[in-house]
Design a protein around this ligand. Structure first.
Ligand code: SF4
Ligand code: SF4
Ligand code: SF4
Length: 286
């Protein structure tokens, strides 16, 4: 069972690569998805085998390994932008590109199965944030979490205004000319905002909670995700309400309430990082 759970991400990576290769015909899918699967499999293995206090390093190694595949290999090999505004531009132009496929797999349909697992295991912005020398202290102000709806509106409206009102020519001015520039300028902006926010709020994931527009897309499918954090269900592993899971949760999820009531953690902030499971002293989290 243990080796099955370790190998599963790699098998899923191969399956996704096969489906996309036969649907779209780009050889690079055979590089990207098996690599992502292998990275997650290695992270899962490390989380199980490292000394208890170091286990969370496993996921951080995995997310860092995924970074070059998604931030460098795919955009550079295809000269494409994977950021939200770039995908909206492509959709407006009726262009079905790798960026659109990425959004469909990682952020629209994938979350129906693995919720916000992309945020926990594959996001290139979080891959850097999760290694910052910041020890979590307190919570970001919940009322500020609405900012991400504004950034989402901005990311969607900007391309709409460019295309519909300013006659921006996506095919001639954007595709294969400005697309990569948008990708790296957009990402540079994300890092420029995200890193200081982590230090200001003493929270590596402050950007994810406050500013990033992507969760607005992911939350509806993640609300009904197949894979969730759940109680172990074993009578000998009951929750003793120690609160350790809540303290380590990087996304401020009230894990204890769910688990102590025997419920699955149905919270669209959960990124399936497994930190709560690693610290639970009784094994109450499956
Ligand atoms: S919220 Fe945004 S920055 Fe954070 S992990 Fe998810 S996609 Fe990445
Ligand atoms: S609930 Fe657990 S798995 Fe989900 S984000 Fe919090 S610590 Fe990670
Ligand atoms: S860490 Fe485990 S025992 Fe403690 S509150 Fe969370 S679920 Fe309950």
């Amino acid at each position: 069972m243990f080796w099955l759970s370790v190998a599963l991400p790699f098998v899923i990576g191969l399956a996704v690569a096969a489906i996309l290769y036969f649907a779209v015909g780009w050889w690079g899918f055979w590089v990207v998805f098996p690599w992502i699967g292998f990275s997650i499999a290695l992270g899962t293995y490390l989380m199980a085998k490292l000394p208890r206090k170091k286990r969370s390093v496993g996921r951080r190694v995995a997310i860092l390994m995924v970074l070059p595949a998604l931030l460098l290999f795919v955009p550079i090999a295809n000269n494409e932008n994977f950021q939200l505004e770039g995908v909206v531009l492509l959709v407006l132009a009726g262009y079905f590109s790798k960026g659109v496929i990425h959004y469909m797999v990682a952020k629209v349909f994938g979350p129906l199965i693995w919720g916000r697992g992309f945020c926990g295991w594959a996001c290139w912005t979080a891959a850097v944030l999760d290694w910052l020398p910041v020890k979590k202290a307190g919570r970001v102000p919940p009322e500020l979490k609405k900012i991400r709806y504004l950034t989402f509106a901005f990311s969607v409206l900007l391309p709409v205004i460019l295309v519909w009102f300013l006659n921006y020519d996506v095919r001639n001015d954007y595709l294969h000319k400005a697309e990569m520039l948008w990708m790296f300028a957009g990402n540079a902006l994300y890092y420029l905002i995200a890193v200081p926010l982590a230090f200001i709020y003493k929270d590596r994931r402050a950007f994810c909670k406050l500013v990033c527009p992507v969760p607005v897309v992911m939350k509806p499918p993640a609300a009904v995700a197949l894979i969730t954090i759940a109680p172990s269900g074993k009578p000998e592993a009951a929750c003793v309400k120690c609160g350790q899971c809540n303290r380590v949760c990087p996304m401020d999820v009230d894990v204890m309430s769910f688990i102590s009531q025997g419920r699955k953690v149905r919270d669209t902030e959960c990124i399936l990082c497994m930190e709560c499971r690693l610290v639970c002293p009784t094994g109450a989290i499956a």
